[in-house]
Design a protein around this ligand. Structure first.
Ligand code: GN1
Ligand code: MG
Length: 404
């Protein structure tokens, strides 16, 4: 998960030491054991408009792209916890666009959630931007990096992989609710914070470009697995433009989308066990709802998770698919057209293929985009996604039957 909540799998935490109140911030050389990054996060956290004194700042979550911290402020009688994040410039060319989109989206959704609270079957939450003491939505540091602060979701937890069918149902239910909530938010009000995001032919072109430099050729030479992975993509090249072609033909239309609705971004209420919120709003921008549906299903229907240790455990589980789809349909009836429906299998197949292509391209480029925990991590991630694609292909008839 990228930004919020307690996560089971927090490798980052072990590596980077937290900053705690009482450290001599002004003289970092005396604290050589402390990482300078949480210290910088601590300095930044103080610039946001939160009452009390900063108690600690520590790495948080397991996002693959941005740097995320949890800050705790206390007064004599209260405590406020919030999430502080540095946006990776190398990934997001215009970080301001993310914040402008987040402002438009959260203003729209918070108004709607409050207006619908009496008809709602639960309390829905959505992060809120915490402004700086000067009334700004973000801070730019001396290195030109953008930092922002957002509220923490109350008493909720996110998981790296799906736990049981009811969990998958909640992932579908939360995504469907999000799509319904933004179905009247014109995508033209949003900027493209991540140009080319989920445009599969673009990722394919990147993979083609990344496999030719000599460094990549050496990697391929040394790894039969990587060579087989390239071949796997080659055999599916023609299918990569299926959604973009449908968009060009006018069968599908651009809408406001989340962009990253994986299981780890869906918060489950600790009190009720039901979904309460979708977090990680960095990739909200104009797109196809199909990107989101394919991303949620590739994540929630693979109980082995993105980092599965054993490839043979990776499957597209039909029971999980049945329940996630049922959850999604509880809200989607109102806004999915017949054409949308006709392309559902395509996105379920395409988005894991696309993610595998993205991981493989990054492996060949030397791991410049996704954070890795060991050499070959991106290749491993790609193999997991390709295994999932194979499983989806083998179950195509059953998936289409469930789609109806
Ligand atoms: C990245 O950073 P994180 O974990 O929120 C990626 C998603 C991938 C995901 C796979 C901006 O998300 O597209 O699906 O990893 N985000 C970006 O875990 O590329
Ligand atoms: Mg994300």
């Amino acid at each position: 998960m990228a930004a919020q909540g307690k996560v089971e799998h927090e490798v980052a935490k072990k590596k980077i030491k937290p900053w705690r109140d009482g450290n001599a911030l002004a003289s970092p050389e005396k604290n050589h054991k402390l990482s300078l990054i949480p210290m910088r996060a601590a300095l930044i956290a103080r610039q946001f408009d939160v009452p009390g004194r900063l108690v600690s700042v520590e790495p948080y979550g397991s996002g693959n792209v941005n740097d995320t911290y949890l800050a705790i402020f206390r007064t004599t009688f209260s405590e406020q916890r919030f999430v502080v994040q540095r946006i990776r410039k190398s990934v997001f060319p215009e970080p301001e666009a993310i914040m402008q989109n987040m402002r438009v989206l959260t203003d729209h959704c918070h108004t709607k959630l409050e207006a619908e609270i009496d008809q709602s079957d639960r309390i829905w939450q959505l992060p809120k931007i915490i402004q700086t003491k000067g009334g700004e939505d973000w801070v730019t540091d001396a290195e030109g990096d953008l930092w922002r602060a957002i509220s923490q979701i109350a008493s909720a937890q996110a998981f790296e992989s799906v736990k049981h069918p009811e969990h998958a149902h909640e992932v579908g239910y939360v995504l469907g609710h999000f799509h319904r909530m933004v179905s009247d938010l014109p995508p033209t009000l949003l900027r493209y914070a991540l140009p080319g995001f989920h445009v599969t032919p673009g990722y394919l072109a990147k993979l083609d470009a990344n496999k030719t430099p000599s460094r990549a050729r050496d990697l391929l030479q040394a790894s039969p697995e990587a060579k087989r992975a390239l071949l796997f993509v080659e055999e599916r090249r023609a299918r990569c433009s299926v959604l973009e072609d449908a968009l060009q033909r006018g069968e599908l239309k651009l809408r406001t989308t989340h962009g990253d609705p994986k299981v780890g971004n869906v918060m489950i209420d600790e009190a009720t066990g039901r979904g309460t919120c979708i977090v990680d709003l960095d990739t909200v921008q104009p797109g196809l709802v199909h990107y989101d549906i394919g991303d949620a299903t590739r994540s929630a229907c693979n109980p082995a998770g993105e980092d599965a240790a054993n490839l043979s455990s990776v499957i597209f589980d039909l029971e999980l698919f049945t329940t996630i789809y049922r959850g999604y349909q509880s809200h989607a009836k109102d806004f999915l057209s017949q054409n949308d429906h006709r392309h559902l299998f395509d996105c379920i197949h395409l988005i894991p293929l696309e993610l595998g292509i993205r991981f493989l391209a990054d492996h060949l480029a030397g791991d410049t985009y996704f954070k890795v925990r060991y050499p070959g991590h991106n290749l491993r991630r790609a193999l997991v996604q390709f295994k999932l694609v194979e499983s989806i292909e083998a179950r195509e008839a059953s998936i289409r039957k469930i789609l109806g």
